[in-house]
Ligand binder design. Structure first.
Ligand code: GLC
Length: 745
């Protein structure tokens, strides 16, 4: 049946009917074809096009160029038996050609509008190029900055990651998935990938049910609730069962409990890797295990095409399983409008990298910047007080590096660097002395130090642009030592001895170890990898045209030895306290065993991070007063109204992220010492007070208990509101016993 007949098939355009009709028409090989995703390449691959004509290709990833994609689509639609369109996929993680801050940086905005708008523009630019589907958002919760993919994550907290991941889904998919400027999103990597052992990519993952249900899964559920069209399985071996063949994850939880109707694609070769895991004996077994576990589409490897027909004929895999997968895949293709409009017409799109797109990228970068230190109010800079300004570091003028990881299509020519922006912003009276200081961020030589020292000696103010090149984070780019790489600290040590006014702007794809580094400078601004418009954004903040408002989406450890360190930890029976902590340097000689505090801390680094989750300074400062609860005895069917007054006590207007945390003081399973349950970013003028209102319901107080059911339990809760996870303004309230005694939410 040719495609045109599909269009006229049946009076109603009912997608379900059209899908069922198609499935009736499809051969077994054509069904398996829809479940197979091939890797594209450069230009038109004629061998691949033969597979397309044979109906063996449901999707192609990493093929770019609208003319090639349109030609591939034409072959699928006009030259295959059923004319089913291909869905073209691509990693559009934080931008297509206009690049936004890395997702971890976008998370530092604590503003869902930032990732939503970024994803919206990314979708428009990718769709213009013929892409229908992005493999984002990545909502893997992680607490391990050694792991290179923390750069793509939305941080350590399930609530923040869920809110921002859902915003990205809405951005990519728009209000209508069939709109030409919408693309299908993909929640990944399902699940547990962020717990890779030792922060080493692809390593074993050992997570309890309790941790999975209460920390790892909620952001994925938030994406389901936001209507995410697809999921991707993780590479990980999850508690002995690789996620790609994990029936409990894919069938019981995702498609069962969550009633998910989208489709699940494997990660690259993660089906054939079931053999490497030592889980499947051969490709045929790998195909069987993954399909029977609920996987719908195989990425890059082709065990489905090689073995599923035999597996079906021998009864090891039910054809109804394949029909279900094909239904899911075809539904996304219909929802995308690919049957009605299989080709891309670039005339219907704005130019990539236009000023509107770049303006949104700049605003995102501004909101992602986190001010970690600002002694003596070194920032904002006052150009009128600067005669000579030194700009030192390998990242001051590198439009490629500032884009960060996963920027296959990022256009460096769209990038505006910090040096370019500084030259533009500083008047003719300021002499700017530029020195690279190191060849690359990894450079251990000191042969460029002399030039840097000379620039510093001539200057009264010094801005360092240091950190990590983009290649040092992202997939498979993990580091065991996450200090500033190379000789960067050595250069800072030398120049700090000059006693000048020094600012470090750090660009990196992860939290770095800054315990020593921060002592070498007066001010420290964390820029992550800020994307195309990182330069103007950073300079606007350095000059005070914008007031920094970013807050950390992940804790910064004092040392690698502290990892994992995160705010929402369990209390243990003997938590570290300031009273009980004894520093290694304070222990007297021949100290007897019990003379040093017997609680949970490291003798050298204590029990607190260098910078806590939710932390970020401003050029003004905010005070929290008058925390009020609508009741201190909350019934399960009531809403708890929480109000707080936030006062801008400083001399500048600014934005603050007020964060609301709770603690369930005792429960049938231990609960974290703090849990983020709400946040609001608000602009407050200097001297002004704003009252913020939050609402909590019993759902916010629920958790997954011993039998993997979501429950709530009566008892006392503590509630804090403040500007970071060390918030101290707090109240207690009691969740009362429910008369009906039925405590399942
Ligand atoms: C990679 C990544 C995944 C990505 C996929 C396609 O290996 O793990 O996040 O979407 O392959 O490029």
């Amino acid at each position: 049946m040719k495609r045109r007949e599909i269009e006229t098939m049946g009076a109603e355009k009912d997608t379900h009917h059209r899908i069922e009709q198609l499935i009736k028409e499809m051969t077994l090989i054509e069904k398996i074809g829809q479940m197979s995703q091939f890797a594209g390449g450069n230009g038109l691959n004629h061998h691949l096009m033969e597979h397309v004509r044979d109906g063996k290709v449901g999707s192609i990833l990493n093929q770019v160029g609208v003319d090639v994609l349109n030609e591939m689509q034409r072959i699928a639609v006009e030259e295959s038996r059923l004319g089913i369109p291909i869905i073209f996929g691509r990693d559009v993680i934080h931008g297509f050609q206009t690049v936004f801050p890395i997702p971890l940086g976008q998370a530092a905005s604590w503003n869902p509008e930032v990732p939503r708008k970024g994803a919206r523009i990314s979708a428009i630019e990718a769709a213009r190029d013929g892409i229908h589907w992005t493999f984002a958002p990545m909502v893997d919760v992680t607490r391990d900055p050694r792991w290179g993919r923390i750069a793509e994550s939305l941080g350590e907290d399930p609530f923040l990651a869920g809110q921002l991941g859902a915003a990205m889904v809405r951005g990519f998919q728009g209000d209508d998935l069939s709109d030409i400027k919408s693309i299908a999103a993909c929640a990944k990597h399902f699940a547990g990938y962020g717990y890779s052992e030792a922060g080493k990519d692809y390593a074993y993952v050992n997570i309890s049910d309790n941790e999975m249900r209460n920390i790892v899964l909620p952001p994925f559920k938030a994406c389901v609730d936001a209507g995410v069209a697809t999921f991707m399985t993780a590479f990980s071996d999850l508690n002995g069962i690789p996620a790609t063949a994990h029936e409990n994850l894919l069938k019981d939880i995702l498609k069962g409990e969550w009633n998910y109707d989208g489709f699940v694609v494997s990660d690259w070769d993660s089906v054939i890797q079931l053999i490497t895991h030592g889980f499947s004996e051969n490709p045929k077994a790998a195909a069987k295990a993954s399909v029977n576990a609920g996987l719908d589409m195989e990425m890059a490897s082709h065990t489905f095409l090689q073995h599923l027909d035999t597996l079906v004929s021998e009864g090891s895999v039910l054809e109804e399983n394949l029909n279900d997968s094909v239904r899911r895949i075809l539904k996304v293709k219909f929802d995308l409008g690919l049957f009605e409009r299989p080709y891309t017409d670039q005339k219907l799109f704005p130019q990539n990298g236009n000023e509107d797109h770049l303006a949104v990228a700049k605003e995102a970068a501004i909101e992602s910047l986190v001010l970690l230190k600002n002694d003596y109010e070194t920032l904002p800079l006052k150009p009128e007080r600067i005669q000579n300004l030194a700009i030192i570091g390998p990242l001051a003028d590198d439009g490629f590096e500032q884009m960060g990881t996963w920027t296959f299509d990022g256009k460096e020519s769209f990038s505006q660097t910090p040096l370019q922006a500084i030259k533009e912003a500083m008047g003719p009276d300021v002499n700017i002395h530029v020195a690279r200081g190191l060849h690359t961020t990894r450079d251990n030589s000191q042969d460029l130090f002399k030039e840097a020292m000379e620039a510093a000696k001539k200057s009264d103010t010094i801005i360092f642009f240091m950190g990590e090149e983009s290649i040092l984070s992202g997939e498979a780019h993990c580091r065991a030592d996450i200090n500033l790489p190379g000789a960067q600290n050595k250069l800072l040590e030398k120049i700090s001895k000059l006693g000048k006014s020094t600012i470090l702007v750090a660009m990196a794809g992860r939290p770095l170890i800054l315990d020593h580094t921060r002592d070498l400078v007066n001010s420290l601004l964390y820029a992550w990898h800020p994307g195309s418009m990182g330069g103007p954004a950073i300079v606007d903040v350095l000059l005070g045209k914008s007031v920094p408002s970013g807050k950390l989406p992940v804790s910064f450890p004092k040392s690698v030895g502290q990892i994992p360190i995160y705010y929402n930890q369990r209390n243990s029976g003997k938590p570290g306290t300031h009273e009980s902590f004894t520093h290694i340097n304070d222990i007297p000689p021949r100290a007897p065993q019990t003379s040093v505090g017997n609680t949970s801390f490291h003798l050298d680094d204590g029990f607190e991070p260098l910078y806590p989750f939710g932390f970020g300074l401003s050029y003004t400062h905010f005070e929290y007063h008058n925390l009020r609860l609508s009741t201190h005895n909350m019934q399960a069917n009531e809403t708890l109204d929480v109000s707080i007054d936030v006062f801008n006590a400083g001399s500048l207007d600014g934005q603050e992220v007020a964060q609301l945390y709770i603690r369930d003081l005792f429960a049938s399973v231990t609960r974290p010492v703090k849990e983020l349950k709400a946040f609001e970013k608000v602009f407050i003028q200097s001297g002004e007070t704003k009252t913020l209102n939050f609402k909590l319901t019993v759902a916010d107080l629920s958790f997954v208990g011993k039998d993997n059911k979501t429950i709530w339990e009566p008892g006392v809760f503590q509630l804090w509101v403040g500007g970071d996870s060390n918030a101290w303004v707090n109240e207690k309230f009691e969740l009362m016993t429910d008369k009906t005694e039925n405590n399942e939410k």
